[in-house]
Design a protein around this ligand. Structure first.
Ligand code: INI
Length: 157
């Protein structure tokens, strides 16, 4: 097998400044995602003083927060956390779509690495499964993704 130059991210958060952006809606689920993300980052060398948690009412408000944080230019990455759970009305679809679109657009426009840890589930059970039980913890996954992405992007020359 020929040697092919491969760039990968070191999972070392030492010295990085990361913000968590979390929606309060369904906070008993979101708190589990926040806890998972914090735990992951601290266990990967991040200093507590370099981590800030910002809270907004719900997932719909996350894009504008992420945009403002990305414009501050003193952050290396942002982890978005929220829980959008389907109800009896189409509200779910609007909130989930706007949050996803707005966050992705800001990340692309600003170049800020953003981890997407917003659950979009059909019911509460699916959300619980993804917030630290049967299906893992999406907050941990989003924190891991942003860390890896930051470390890859800093090697792109
Ligand atoms: N916000 C969420 O984060 N999750 C939801 O499941 C949700 N639902 O279903 O309504 C939700 N709605 C609130 C929304 O994010 C805004 O905070 C609200 O519309 C005020 O702008």
């Amino acid at each position: 097998m020929q040697h092919i130059k491969t760039i990968e991210g070191r999972l070392d958060a030492k010295g990085l400044r990361i913000a968590l952006a979390a929606g309060r809606f369904n906070d008993f689920i979101v708190d589990k995602l926040v806890g998972g993300a914090v735990d992951y980052l601290l266990r990967h060398g991040m200093q507590k003083e370099n981590l800030t948690i910002y809270k907004v009412p719900g997932a719909f408000e996350l894009p504008v927060l992420v945009k403002r944080l990305a414009q501050k230019k003193d952050l290396d990455g942002i982890v978005c956390l929220g829980a959008v759970i389907r109800g009896a009305t189409p509200h779910f679809d609007y909130v989930a779509a706007e949050a996803t679109k707005g966050i992705a657009q800001t990340s692309l426009e600003t170049g800020m690495p953003v981890g997407f840890g917003i659950l979009t589930t059909d019911n509460l059970e699916q959300a619980i499964e993804r917030a630290g039980s049967k299906a893992g913890n999406k907050g941990v996954e989003a924190a891991a993704a942003v860390l890896e992405l930051i470390r890859v992007l800093e090697q792109v020359d």
